[in-house]
Design a binder for this molecule. Structure first.
Ligand code: PLP
Length: 391
């Protein structure tokens, strides 16, 4: 029926690459194949007990069961501001520069609605988290893909952006520690990009979903700690990966008060805020982040080292990550990342994510998520042996 036809913006979406991978995974599992999923960025470890206990306490309180404040409750915003100061030396006014989110994906999507007009241009990293591009296009905006090249440490080289693009651009998306490459930038690269954004009046959306997952804690950073960054930046933080809370849906955005206000106005009209009990459980989480996060990082470090060791035994070209929980690895020559992912899955049961799902420049790579225990990672050696000797 004609009226059931989806909106054009939905019809314009490309076929979902990950669905094909998922269908194949299910098919193989149904046929009895043992599947090891390194595909999705969803931590396998549980939410820590101190957050579960706080949640059990807070959810029972009647006052926490009502519609929450749109911007997040004062206790949550104060705790987020304090956290930013303690962990990143960033000073914020919790009443104007902090807003609670129902996960950072929600915030990123509503940011585009709030700030991108039809015809506006957003500079989006390629490879990158697909949400930046899709939500820019949903808002009628145009996307300029900036390549993340190995030669520049997988950081965008803004000096190579054509002047006409810089003049037109409204937003630049940055995401460090980076998904999918796991890389971190040098301090000078951050300073340079902030200077460039200030000079050209460009908003920086800093996606800090993995901010806490840095193998060398001395390199943990917030873009807002760079002098002048707050003038132009909205930074998105998430509890999903830090505290193994992907299903809870909670995060926050911090930074320039006008950007926070714009996002709030949009959210006020489309959602009704994050469950207050979850916000309050997260207040406990933020105050108790250490030593929990150090042990998380140790676990990911051990997994990363184990995976790099196995992959190198088979001469895989791998990029040792600085953070997040991913390993970016080059596919063999002459095979696309999708074909390589499907072949790997069929022959070995190992599921990865094809780099092409993150953009044109992701072609030729696959991403491993370190979401399997170290023993499982070590065990893939025998499986990878099988693919070497099979046609
Ligand atoms: N940003 C990046 C780079 C991600 O990889 C993800 C999730 O995979 C998100 C944001 C979304 O996280 P959240 O669970 O907070 O919505």
């Amino acid at each position: 029926m004609k009226k059931l036809k989806p909106a054009q913006r939905i019809l314009d979406l490309p076929p979902y690459l990950f669905k094909e991978i998922d269908d194949k995974k299910k098919l193989l599992a149904n046929q009895g194949k043992s599947i090891l999923n390194f595909g999705i960025g969803d931590p396998d470890m549980p939410t820590p007990g101190f957050i579960l206990e706080a949640m059990a306490r807070e959810m029972r309180k009647k006052e926490n069961q009502k519609y929450p404040d749109y911007e997040g409750c004062g206790t949550f915003r104060n705790a987020a501001a304090k956290y930013m100061e303690t962990r990143f030396k960033v000073n914020l006014d919790p009443s104007r520069e902090v807003i609670a989110l129902i996960g950072s994906k929600e915030g990123l999507a509503h940011f585009s609605w709030a700030f991108i007009d039809p015809g506006d241009l957003a500079i989006v990293p390629d490879p990158g988290y697909p949400v930046y591009k899709v939500t820019t296009e949903f808002s009628g905006g145009e996307v300029y893909s900036i390549p993340l090249m190995e030669s520049n440490g997988f950081f965008p080289d803004v000096s190579k952006i054509p002047q006409t693009v810089t003049e037109k651009a409204k937003v630049l998306y940055l995401n460090y520690p980076n998904n999918p490459t796991g890389m971190l930038p040098a301090l000078d690269q951050l300073k340079e990009v902030v200077k460039w954004a200030q000079k050209n009046g460009i908003i920086i959306v800093s996606d800090a979903a993995y901010a806490e997952l840095v193998y060398d804690p001395s390199r943990r950073f917030s873009l807002l700690s760079i002098p002048g960054a707050k003038e132009v930046t909205l930074e998105f933080h998430s509890f999903s990966k830090t505290f193994n809370m992907t299903g809870w849906r909670i995060g926050f955005a911090v930074g320039n008060s006008e950007l926070v206000a714009g996002l709030l106005k949009m959210k006020t009209n489309v959602d009704s805020g994050a469950f207050e009990a979850i916000q309050l459980a997260c207040v406990d989480g933020l105050s108790m982040i250490e030593p929990f996060i150090l042990s998380q990082i140790d676990t990911y470090r051990e997994r990363k080292e184990a995976l790099l060791t196995v992959l190198r035994k088979f001469d895989w070209d791998v990029f040792p990550p600085d953070g997040a929980f991913y390993v970016w690895a080059r596919c063999p020559k002459g095979i696309s990342s999708k074909e390589w992912t499907l072949k790997l899955m069929e022959k070995t049961g190992i599921v990865t994510t094809p780099g092409s799902g993150f953009g044109k420049n992701g072609e030729g790579f696959v991403r491993f998520a370190l979401t399997q225990p170290v023993e499982v990672i070590r065990s893939i050696e025998s499986r990878l042996g099988a693919i070497l000797y099979s046609a």
